[in-house]
Design a protein around this ligand. Structure first.
Ligand code: 8YV
Length: 324
């Protein structure tokens, strides 16, 4: 019988997805379910044919090393891959796949949750109530902002941005603007009532709510800094479900403190699990612990999608979600 592939799964997945993989391959699960040390990850490249990493594994050129290593495939559990040095993978002849599509709805739902929480101040309200500070109903208590008729500006216009646009436009009556390197097809724009802006500055200037949907990494590092925040409408809301490095958080904290922005909603941070200290003391920012894709259904689907790429690799077929 053919040698079974040795597969390392760096974090614990939902049971059904682990079961699917362990039935087919020689799988090692990380019992502690804690991030692996760089040394352990580097060693794994000599021990496993396939590694299934997550966002909590930083796989840089030092870890990948020079060829020849045993590992030939990184089947990433997640769609974003800025934690993996793609150029180093290519140089070392290591293929990389991700899990697009299966987490689109869950992440768009969470973007809406952040928009609603920020606009309606529900986090502030719950903290007040639980702290015993609620003194009763009054006409001007914790007034937020309505979404209906307001403009949502999307930075990046991929799958998750479009799913967010769908919810905001058809569910909440928002107007949609987007900024992206490439234009969406006319029928997609029509279906979402979306208008493309020629510059980021114009999008920021015209939007009541701005939601970020660009990939992380060097190209988008600090894309939203002091200058961009200053271009936003007074009292606008900024939401991020993409990657933390896209925002300059010192500039964001200053704008939230001064009231230049009324609120923000964040699910991602530049050096997780560290949360910028300047934000922790502010009432008008919603801070979530990277929950974008965290539903039972979605996390299971992500594991099965990573497994589908392992299957293709095992049978020598083209990898369905190959990114390198
Ligand atoms: C995951 C994500 O939770 O897919 C992504 O890019 O950020 C989240 O869905 C995480 O990356 C899993 O590795």
């Amino acid at each position: 019988t053919a040698k079974r592939l040795r597969v390392l799964v760096t974090r614990r997945w939902p049971e059904a997805a682990e079961h699917y993989l362990t039935e087919r391959y020689e799988v090692t699960l990380n019992a502690e379910d804690a991030p692996m040390s760089p040394a352990r990850l580097a060693q794994a490249f000599d021990e496993y044919d396939v590694i299934c990493p997550t966002v909590s594994d930083k796989i840089d050129a030092d870890i990948i090393g020079a060829a020849p290593r045993l590992t030939r495939l990184l089947a990433n559990f997640g769609v974003g891959f800025d934690h993996i040095d793609i150029a180093a993978c290519k140089a070392a002849n290591v293929a990389v796949t991700n899990t697009p599509g299966v987490l689109t709805d869950a992440t768009a739902d969470l973007a809406m949750a952040l928009i609603l929480t920020a606009a309606r101040r529900t986090g502030e309200g719950e903290r007040e109530l639980r702290d015993g500070r609620w003194s009763g109903w009054r006409p001007t208590h914790l007034m937020g902002r309505s979404l209906s008729g307001k403009t949502l500006g999307l930075v990046g216009f991929g799958r998750i941005a479009q799913a967010t646009a769908h919810r905001a436009h058809h569910g909440f009556g928002m107007n949609i603007l987007y900024y992206s390197r490439s234009a969406a097809a006319p029928d997609v724009e029509r279906g979402l009532g979306a208008n493309r802006m020629a510059t980021l500055e114009e999008l920021l200037r015209r939007s009541d709510v701005v939601s970020l949907h660009v990939p992380g990494g060097a190209e988008t590092s600090n894309m939203i800094g002091a200058k961009e925040i200053a271009a936003m409408k007074p009292g606008a809301i900024l939401v991020n479900t993409a990657r933390g490095g896209v925002i300059d958080h010192d500039a964001l904290a200053a704008a939230l403190k001064s009231g230049a922005l009324s609120a923000a909603g964040l699910d991602v941070y530049p050096a997780e699990p560290v949360v910028p200290a300047s934000l922790l003391g502010l009432e008008n920012v919603v801070l979530l612990p990277h929950l974008g894709s965290a539903t039972v259904e979605t996390r299971e689907a992500m594991g099965l999608r990573a497994a589908a790429n392992v299957n293709a690799f095992a049978s020598g077929s083209p990898l369905p979600d190959r990114i390198a």
